[in-house]
Design a binder for this molecule. Structure first.
Ligand SMILES: O=C(O)CCC(=O)C(=O)O
Ligand SMILES: [Fe+2]
Length: 338
C-alpha cells in the first residue's frame, strides 16, 4: 500500500490488479462540446464519465483553443524562464500577498513527511484569477467580489519593456482555458445526471490559477530528482498544456506509473480533490508526478479550475448514496484552497 496525502485526507493506493483499472489514458474528442444535439452531448458526457471515474485523467483534442495561442504561451514561458535569476526574483511569489509570482528552482518542497527535505527540480511562475482573465467579464463594469480568503489577483506581471506581450499572451491563454473549463463543467453536469446548467452559478468568479513550469535536465548526470513529486491537484480539474518532452506520469490503482506522453494538439485534463469531494469520490483525483529524465528542458502550463471562493459545496445530490453513507459536511471553497 502507498499512502499519499491530499487536501481531503490521506489516500491509500491499492496494490494488485484492480478491475476497471487503466493502463493508458483515454483521448476524448471535444468536437461535440457545443453540439446543438443533446444526444451527441450526452455521448460525450458518457465518455467523460468513464474517464473521470476510472482514470481521473484524459487527453482532449478538438478542444477549440487555437494552436497559435498555445504556441505563443509556450514561447512566452520560455522567454520568462530565460530571464536572469535576479530579474525573475523581482517577481518572487513571497512579494505578493496572494503568493502569486516566481518560485525559483528547487524553491518548493513537496510534502516533507513523505519526501524529506528533497526539493522539486523545477521553477515556476503563478498567476491567479483577475477580471482581465475572464472572457465573461468587462474591465469597465466588473470588479472582483469581496475576498475574505485573500486569494484573487495579486499577480506580478513583468511589463512590456521586460517581456514584450507576456501579460497579453498569458491572459489570452487564461481566458481561453477559462471558457473551455466552463463548457467542460457543463458536460460534467450531464455526466453526473444533473441539469447542464447546475454548476454555472458556482463559477461566476471562479477560483482559478495557472502556472508556467520549467523542468531543467537533471543537474547531476544519472540523478533522478523529481520535477514535482507525487501529488494530487486540489481544484475541480486541471487543463495542462505540455510541450513535446515526456515526463508526466500517472499512478494507476495497480501501483504502476503510466506515462502521459505528449500528443500533438491535445491538452491533458485531470480531476482534482475538490471535484472528487463534490462527487462523493465517484470522480478520481489521481496521483501524478513529473520526472524529466530526457536531458532536455521541459516546459508545461497547467490551468487549475476551481469554483467561486465563497461557494459552499457539499456532496452532489446525485452522488449521495440512498443510505446517506458517504455524505460529507459542506465546505467553503476558499477555506479548502487557502
Ligand atoms: O508539468 C506537468 O506535466 C504537470 C504539472 C503538475 O502536475 C502540477 O503543476 O500540478
Ligand atoms: Fe499536478
Amino acid at each position: 500500500m502507498t499512502k499519499v496525502k491530499t487536501h481531503f485526507g490521506e489516500l491509500t493506493v491499492q496494490e494488485g490488479i484492480v478491475p476497471g483499472d487503466f493502463t493508458n489514458i483515454p483521448i476524448i474528442d471535444l468536437s461535440n462540446l457545443d453540439s446543438p444535439d443533446l444526444a451527441s452531448r450526452r455521448a460525450l458526457a458518457d465518455e467523460i464519465y468513464d474517464a473521470c471515474t476510472r482514470v481521473g485523467f484524459f487527453y482532449i483534442k478538438n478542444h477549440g483553443i487555437p494552436p497559435e495561442n498555445v504556441r505563443a504561451m509556450h514561447e512566452a514561458a520560455q522567454a520568462f524562464f530565460a530571464l536572469s535569476h535576479e530579474k525573475k526574483m523581482e517577481y518572487y511569489l513571497g512579494k505578493s500577498n496572494r503568493y502569486h509570482g516566481y518560485s525559483p528552482l528547487s524553491g518548493e518542497h513537496s510534502d516533507k513527511d513523505l519526501f524529506g527535505s528533497q526539493t522539486n527540480l523545477s521553477e515556476s511562475f503563478d498567476i491567479g484569477y483577475e477580471i482581465a482573465g475572464d472572457p465573461s467579464k468587462s474591465l469597465s463594469t466588473d470588479i472582483l467580489p469581496s475576498d475574505p480568503f485573500e486569494l484573487y489577483g495579486g499577480n506580478q506581471w513583468p511589463d512590456d519593456s521586460v517581456l514584450p506581450g507576456f501579460r497579453t499572451t498569458y491572459l489570452a491563454y487564461f481566458r481561453a482555458c477559462l471558457a473551455l473549463s466552463r463548457k467542460l463543467l457543463r458536460t460534467f453536469a450531464l455526466a453526473l445526471d444533473l441539469d447542464e446548467g447546475y454548476f454555472d452559478g458556482f463559477v461566476t468568479f471562479p477560483g482559478c490559477m495557472s502556472r508556467l513550469l520549467h523542468y531543467p535536465p537533471q543537474a547531476v548526470q544519472g540523478e533522478e530528482r523529481a520535477g514535482i513529486e507525487a501529488h494530487t491537484d486540489f481544484e475541480c480539474f486541471t487543463i495542462l498544456s505540455q510541450d513535446s518532452v515526456p515526463a508526466l506520469q500517472v499512478l494507476n490503482s495497480s501501483n504502476q506509473w503510466v506515462t502521459a506522453a505528449p500528443i500533438p494538439d491535445t491538452l491533458v485534463v485531470n480531476v482534482g480533490d475538490f471535484m472528487s469531494f463534490w462527487t462523493g469520490g465517484k470522480f478520481r483525483s489521481t496521483v501524478h508526478r513529473v520526472t524529466n529524465l530526457t536531458g532536455e528542458n521541459r516546459y508545461s502550463v497547467p490551468f487549475f479550475f476551481g469554483v467561486n471562493y465563497d461557494a459552499t459545496v457539499e456532496v452532489l445530490p446525485t452522488c449521495v448514496p440512498e443510505s446517506g453513507e458517504g455524505a460529507r459536511e459542506a465546505v467553503k471553497a476558499g477555506q479548502v484552497c487557502a
